[in-house]
Design a protein around this ligand. Sequence first.
Ligand code: CA2
Length: 147
Amino acid sequence: MIRVLVLNGPNLGRLGVRQPEIYGATTFPELAEHLRETGRALGLDVDVRQTNHEGEMLDWLGEAADEGLPVVLNPAAWSHTSIAIADAVAQVEMVVEVHISNVHAREEFRKHLVVSPYATGVIAGLGLGGYDLALTHIAATADVVDG
Ligand code: CA2
């Protein structure tokens, strides 16, 4: 089974609690369970994580790089600011960047994406379904790893 990390940046743990008009009403634990189920149906072992701490995210990206794990990444606000996250993403073979909202249709500062140039691909504006699409892409393209 292919192991996949679904990594989420700052404040995404508050999904469904605030701003449902932008990010939807689904909570983060509900999203995590849904993505594990999606993974099972696709033959993927999906590990869903969220952190508000940049160093922790850097360690997880390093783990993905060292272990050759594909990543679905919503860098949240770090998408617009963090060269450290961009440098870490550049080391990972397959990173599908996901944004729940269409960052290109929002404030100017959200159009500036520093991580995206290093991602394999980017999905934005398709709601939480973007995560499912990212997993579908990984299942269709990632190498099969034993174990
Ligand atoms: O659209 C996305 O997925 C974003 O990555 C979400 C980030 C935002 O900074 C990016 O520009 C676009 C924000 C995540 C915060 O999520 C919350 C969810 C519910 C309540 C409060 C924050």
